[in-house]
Design a protein around this ligand. Structure first.
Ligand SMILES: Nc1ncnc2c1ncn2[C@@H]1O[C@H](COP(=O)(O)OP(=O)(O)OP(=O)(O)O)[C@@H](O)[C@H]1O
Ligand SMILES: [Mg+2]
Length: 451
């Protein structure tokens, strides 16, 4: 007699869900990624008890069509992939069409959504994969998911959840990484009633780094920007002297997706070889942009690993990106020192420029003279200086170029110096924390407060 049976749908769903939803952090990751794919500019995440009893993700993205809502919860239902050939070129964070099916199978889920082309929204409730209600709801454009009691129907799985603090920390970690990977989106994160993160959504990576990791970390960074053929690497690495005893602060994003990549990690550490002590590791927040067809993101349901068709060019580009930034930073160390000196001299006597006719050997110093003059005559007062302006700064050349020509400057060194001119991180304002973004309808808010 045979012993093999086909599992019934419910058991099969629970098994499949287990691959995607391991803990509250995996739910948050999937929901935030959906919000990003939906074009959200603001995403608010709220959790209670580490996310085990309550998680809410609200966005102002495109919202879900009423007719699509029930379909969205079916396994392999997605709006992001249609044909086999689409899998060769995935540009969205989600594509497997299984996150919502998995989440609703193992929790009590409430969805409030309105598509941008519809006048009336919907509130849909589904517990353990079983529909509870489907009603019209007045709500703004966008989507809010509320997930309660994760694994309430799989006690064996619930037992593996760690303490609320650990689960909450894992959620925080996911939100941090996602906020870093999308500085153009404003994230608000509320943990047990307390707002713990707010990013500006101003599109500036340094701004996001400052919000997520704080002033000291943001202060000790070197910018990276490099392109080799079709691969582009940009972001920040720590100065060698700021290395850490572990790799926890190494953050890699490939095409806007947080990933673990040994290739990039090895390239960064190789570039730092000789600059940091054995047993110390550089930190980084690095974006790697590669043509979509050069990577395979369909490696694991959690989508945290990618495979490169050819690892070599990725390694090379990251390596050269870091190496060149470190080298520039080295010359800047001297430059900075001399800048101050020269700057002080100019301040004392504007007409006197000791390096104006200096021989080649002093070229570096004259470059800094230019920089110093630029600072001296810059129309921006020191108070107005916004450290996140660095990009405008590089591309507002006219007045500065005059000065550069005037004193025969070393263009490369100067523009590099400008890009990385000392960041006055102290003058940054913390994002307005009193007005967290909120898309909920009155009804939804009231419901949630009844928690
Ligand atoms: N926040 C949202 N805003 C708009 N549409 C959404 C949102 N969340 C989900 N959807 C829609 O529901 C569909 C199903 O979502 P689900 O997360 O299950 O699959 P996916 O994102 O396509 O793939 P993956 O399983 O890899 O995440 C999405 O393809 C999308 O069309
Ligand atoms: Mg998804």
């Amino acid at each position: 007699m045979g012993v093999i049976n086909v599992l019934d749908k419910h058991v099969a769903e629970l098994i499949a869900a287990g691959e995607v939803v391991e803990r509250p952090a995996s739910v948050i990751k999937e929901l935030i990624e959906n919000s990003i794919d939906a074009g959200a500019k603001n995403i608010t995440v709220e959790i209670k008890n580490g996310g085990t009893t309550f998680m809410r993700v609200a966005d102002d993205g495109c919202g879900i069509w009423k007719d699509d809502i029930k379909v969205a919860f079916l396994r392999h239902a997605t709006s992001k992939v249609k044909l086999e050939s689409d899998l060769d070129c995935i540009s969205t964070l989600g594509f497997r069409g299984e996150a919502l099916a998995s989440i609703c199978a193992v929790s009590r889920l409430q969805l409030i959504t309105r598509n941008k082309n519809e006048d009336i929204g919907t509130c849909y409730e589904i517990n353990g994969g079983e529909e509870v209600s489907f009603d019209d709801a007045g709500c703004p454009i966008g989507t809010t998911f509320v997930i309660r009691d994760l694994f309430y129907n799989i006690p064996a799985r619930a037992k593996f959840l760690k303490k609320d603090v650990s689960e909450g920390n894992a959620v925080s970690n996911i939100i941090d990484k996602t906020a870093l990977s999308h500085p153009e989106i404003a994230f608000t994160y509320i943990r047990d009633g307390k707002q713990v993160l707010k990013t500006f959504g101003d599109g500036k990576l340094l701004s996001a780094i400052y919000s997520v990791f704080g002033r000291d970390f943001a202060n000790g960074l070197i910018p990276v920007e490099y392109q080799l053929d079709a691969i582009k690497v940009y972001g920040y690495v720590s100065k060698p002297q700021n290395s850490r005893p572990n790799r926890n602060m190494q953050n890699f994003f490939i095409n806007g997706r947080y990933v673990k990549t040994r290739t990039a990690m090895a390239a960064v550490e190789e570039a730092f070889k000789g600059s940091v002590m054995v047993g110390k590791y550089p930190s980084c927040v690095l974006n790697i942009e590669v043509p979509f067809e050069m990577i395979d993101v369909n490696v694991h349901p959690a989508k945290i690993e990618v495979r490169f068709i050819n690892e070599r060019p990725v390694f090379d580009t990251v390596y050269h990106a870091i190496k060149s930034s470190l080298l520039k930073n080295d010359s800047r160390k001297n430059a900075n020192f001399k800048t101050d000196t020269v700057f002080n001299e100019i301040k004392d006597s504007r007409k006197f420029n000791p390096f104006r006719n200096a021989p080649a050997i002093f070229n570096k110093s004259t470059a800094n003279t230019a920089d110093a003059q630029k600072q001296e005559y810059s129309p921006k007062s020191k108070n107005e200086f916004n450290p996140f302006d660095e990009i405008n700064y590089v591309s507002s050349p006219k007045k500065e170029e005059k000065i550069i020509t005037q004193i025969n400057d070393d263009n490369n060194l100067l523009s590099e110096k400008r890009k990385t001119s000392k960041i006055n991180i102290d003058s940054l304002k913390i994002a307005d924390s009193d007005k967290p973004f909120d898309i909920y309808s009155k009804e939804a808010i009231n419901n949630s407060y009844r928690e």
